[in-house]
Design a binder for this molecule. Structure first.
Ligand code: SF4
Length: 305
């Protein structure tokens, strides 16, 4: 399946010629969009317990890194690691406070990269300068949550930022040495196949080196869970996701690394769609669909050029 698209694992192998794993970290950051003082309630799909890494953060960052490293070395024979600050918005503090948090990576020789996930409206020149400073020694990524290029969809998700905010963040980041990834969601209610293709086309025009794809889903204890209990909305089914994932990848650039193609959710929190937690089956179906179509990632991007 891998050969139909450019997986982030392939990217890492080419870049480092050894097994590299990302270590997901929870540094205890909050999110400006969940700031009670501003009366904000967060994205309607967001349940912070849904983040996979170190939910209760009883472990320090050093302990989280040591624990994950030991597991990945044993399970995957990994030799090098990227520290991935994943939970919530990992630039949600002044630059001076961020530095000692990110600096934890300097204690580990086997860490060769730093990845930071955040909102496009939670970055500024000082923070970019700080993050760029790690590029002297590390592979550095900023991952911006976008989900869709369509403002009507961002409103529906209650993202509280616009496509323009994302473009500004990308433009500023592209002036640094930091690599940029965008988080995209497929299957959001109300989005057509054409809407999703337009998101791929827009991403392909930007200086974005990787994409992480999420399947739209509803978790317990979210606003969408509340809404869904009153008015059931339509989810795409597994076959539709396979079609849409292929459509989306066909319009991306061939050298845009795919950090994730099939997302999973914590089963105890997942309300719908239940089919999403069958990652290998869906990946296999996407491979078969590409084979049937005779296409691959970047197929239309190349044709349109
Ligand atoms: S920006 Fe991220 S952490 Fe904040 S509410 Fe939205 S999904 Fe949750």
């Amino acid at each position: 399946m891998d050969s139909f698209y450019y997986s982030f694992n392939n990217y890492l192998k080419t870049q480092f010629q050894t097994k590299v794993r990302r270590i997901s970290l929870n540094a205890g950051f909050g999110c400006p969009h969940r700031d009670a003082n501003l009366g904000r309630e967060g994205c309607f799909y967001c349940n912070e317990s849904g983040f996979v890494s170190y939910k209760d953060i009883k472990l320090s960052l050093v302990e989280q890194i040591e624990t994950s490293m030991a597991i990945f070395k044993k399970q995957f024979k990994a030799e090098k690691f990227i520290a991935y600050f994943q939970n919530a918005s990992n630039t949600h503090a002044p630059a001076a406070e961020l530095k000692p948090i990110y600096d934890v990576i300097k204690q580990f020789d086997q860490i060769i990269g730093l990845a930071i996930s955040t909102r496009p409206d939670c970055i500024d020149e000082q923070k970019l300068k700080l993050i760029d400073s790690y590029c002297d020694q590390y592979e550095v990524w900023l991952e911006y949550g976008l989900q869709s290029i369509h403002d009507k969809t961002l409103e529906l998700l209650n993202r509280q930022h616009t496509m323009k905010d994302f473009l500004i963040a990308v433009e500023k980041t592209a002036k640094t040495r930091i690599k940029i990834a965008a988080h995209i969601m497929l299957g959001i209610p109300g989005e057509s196949r054409q809407d999703m293709i337009e998101t791929a086309l827009a991403v392909a025009k930007l200086p974005i080196q990787a994409v992480k794809i999420h399947i739209f889903h509803v978790l317990k204890d979210t606003r969408f869970a509340e809404i869904y209990s009153r008015e059931k909305f339509e989810f795409i089914n597994e076959q539709e996701y396979v079609q849409i994932a292929c459509d989306f990848l066909e319009h991306l650039k061939p050298d845009c690394a795919i950090m994730r193609l099939v997302s999973e959710a914590r089963q105890d929190l997942l309300i719908a769609p239940q089919w999403m937690n069958q990652k290998q089956k869906i990946l296999h179906a996407i491979g078969s669909e590409f084979k049937k179509r005779g296409t691959y990632q970047g197929y239309y991007w190349r044709k349109d050029k």
